[in-house]
Write a protein that binds this ligand. Sequence first.
Ligand code: ATP
Ligand code: MG
Ligand code: MG
Ligand code: MG
Length: 478
Amino acid sequence: MKTAEIAQRFLDFFEKKNHTIVPSASLVTDDPALLFTVAGMVPFIPYLSGVVPPPYPRAADVQKCIRTNDIEEVGKTPRHGTFFQMLGNWSFGDYFKEDAIRFAWELLTAPEADGGLAFDPKDLWVTVYEEDDEAHELWRTLTPLPEERIQRLGKDTNYWSTGLPGPAGPCSEIFFDRGPAYGVDGGPATDDDRYVEIWNLVFMQYEITNVRSKYDFDIVGELPAKNIDTGMGLERIAFIKQGVDNMYETDQVRPVLDLAASLAGKAYGAESHEDDVRLRIVADHVRSSLMLLADGVTPSNEGRGYILRRIMRRAIRSMRLLGVEGATFPDLFAASRDAMKESYPEVEADYARLSAYAIAEEQTFLRTLAAGSAILDQSVVEAKNGGGTTLSGSEAFLLHDTYGFPIDLTLEIAEEAGLTVDRGAFDQLMLEQRTRAKADARARKGAIADQSAYREFRALGETVFTGYTELQTESTVL
Ligand code: ATP
Ligand code: MG
Ligand code: MG
Ligand code: MG
């Protein structure tokens, strides 16, 4: 079952259950505090919070999402993409737990001929919030799940709140058991690799106050209008239904992976685990970049553009680690476009524009890499010959300042060579440079120096990398 077909089945199912089908919102949110749409609920926040009256009591959609906080997992777990699609159904003060559970179970287990996804109930587990007896009882009575496959878990995994006074409530999650080959028995509570989370049902039930932390607050009472908010990972369903090992091997991602492998002269799945991870990273990151470019993000040194730049550079760097020195984006982006265009025709319609950005970004970064890598390699050799295990802060600073070599890359390369970087000294030098620059600017009082020759290199190195930690959190979403 192709990814696009699974998405269509989801929409058809919920349309039959009287849901209004809503198109995906952009990856770029209206909210400047939240860089990207990180979950299906994001575009519905005004309705869920009661700020805007919902135009329909029920809705369903396929929402494009970006989660940069999962970037370190990409390629290593089977289930984390920086880009993915979240299937969701919503009730705004309409149906609640019982129908949410009923619908989810029916769609997952109904035969394919009836529009379902035909999961074998024996492969499914669910979790409920430990105090949510109601949800526990509903799963027990509405489905054939034996009691031992309904696990009670704590607030950290099974409670949703924004960390602010307002709506909150328990969650119930559905997991697919990949079998004993993947890990220990015992359900989602015990093993992350064997039990793949496929669907999260959020029951927005309570109004909370005196919020001391995301999971420590007082309940004022039940909300007058309770909401349902669900999120099912399309790629996770796809990889299970397609009988492959992970989401990077599904029909929308695999063509890029295969092309990257062939450009690198590698046999995916046969040689080295490390190379396989890199190929999966390339496939994921190329797709995410394509989708971000299609939604109007362009590479830059701040905000959304910086995240895009980071993702593209990580793909380029991964290709280099796979042994490819030259440009690969012209080929890889075209492959990703072809894999995605059925679901997102805009990636084809707008391809000339977005591929121009991707190709230019790759050329610039390859030049930077060529200049910086030679210097860095030499520093690494010197450090090792001297018996040292640390690359000095001043070397890292020189690379940054003169060659526009990003610090995160220096850290990564040093780590691969078994060295650490004196980050404290580097940060100190950065601080001093900034102070100096400010003083200079004051002294010049508007005098103009022609720095155009430096602009390109400087532009590459100016931003201290804080993207993963600062720019995006999940705190207000699923
Ligand atoms: P996990 O615990 O596996 O990281 P999650 O609890 O962070 O998932 P939710 O925030 O509950 O995920 O999102 C709802 C659904 O979206 C998940 O059940 C999963 O199917 C899907 N999903 C979440 N993150 C990703 C991702 N990075 N890539 C692909 N699918 C994802
Ligand atoms: Mg997660
Ligand atoms: Mg989870
Ligand atoms: Mg979850």
